[in-house]
Design a protein around this ligand. Sequence first.
Ligand code: NAD
Length: 341
Amino acid sequence: MKVLVTGCAGFIGFHTAQRLLKRGDDVVGIDNVNDYYDTSLKEARLKELDTTAAQSEGRYEFVRGDLAEQTVVDDCFKAHKFDRVIHLAAQAGVRYSLENPHSYVRSNIVAFTNIIEACRYAATPHLTYASTSSVYGANTKMPFSEHDGANHPLQFYAATKKANEMMAHSYSHLFGLPTTGLRFFTVYGPWGRPDMALFKFTQKILAGEPIPVFNHGNHTRDFTYVDDIVEGVLRASDDIAAHNPDWSSGDPDPASSNAPFRLFNIGNNNPVKLSAYIEAIESSLGIKAQKELLPLQPGDAPDTFADSTELKKAVGYKAKTSVEIGVANFVSWYKSFYNGR
Ligand code: NAD
């Protein structure tokens, strides 16, 4: 199979491309390697992908380009016929979206339009794309279920991801394009993002600096290990024949249940308190953190909790990695990666 993975220099895109190559698929990756965070980490991921590709059966090509430029996307679809498209490129980050909305419009709305439009004209058999638990917003019934609407995203980031779901719904409905949106719940693991808590906390604890603990460590997150996410992404992406006309999430338009449109949560189904997450980091590092206890940040959801029943029903997937194991894997990667630099 030939698979397009967008955002392959990013955290989840890198892991996804790597798994595809290891199982022998051909992969075309696109990324603009933007400087939202340390580009040397992105370059290191790309180098690692080159190494994986050299050892695998699958062919690999990397395109350095901006998906918000329509010609970049169109040229790529002209050069290749994709069996699957896995769209993971985006302007991520909840807090950054408070001050930088245009970056989200460009990378999450314009780029998504270019990708979905290219998939439409190429009659791509399946587009799988990343959404987020943030679309649920506040005051959602726990655990978060796809059947509960998710119509009140709080942050602009979440609003753009919700827009993606609705754009996909429209294309599935109007043009019969099979789409699957996956709402990821706080993803963590080796090669993780420097703007996320696990990376920042590890870095600060090792430097002997205090860590900022928002909401006094009381909020919960359904932390989901990256390998479990990738497993879910690939199973959902592969599960094309099963675009089940009898089930859609009912969101956003129940009248469209015959459209090849699907939407699933991917989470660990096991929310963990921030304070317990920090304990797992301390225990992996063998160092006690100095904590600066702070109130909840504006725009932050107090709790997240995935109901993963629908994904399990559809593709037999359930995340399985405990936070203790996942955090230990991250810390071990972090130490070897940054000791070598
Ligand atoms: P990431 O920032 O590490 O990866 C995104 C990649 O996309 C980056 O390498 C970036 O350079 C690239 N990119 C951004 N805009 C681009 C553009 N216009 N053209 C080409 N490339 C572009 O983020 P991630 O954590 O790997 O997230 C992957 C996807 O999962 C994103 O859609 C994100 O919104 C979603 N998501 C992530 C999490 C999480 O906890 N990591 C949670 C929910 C949803």
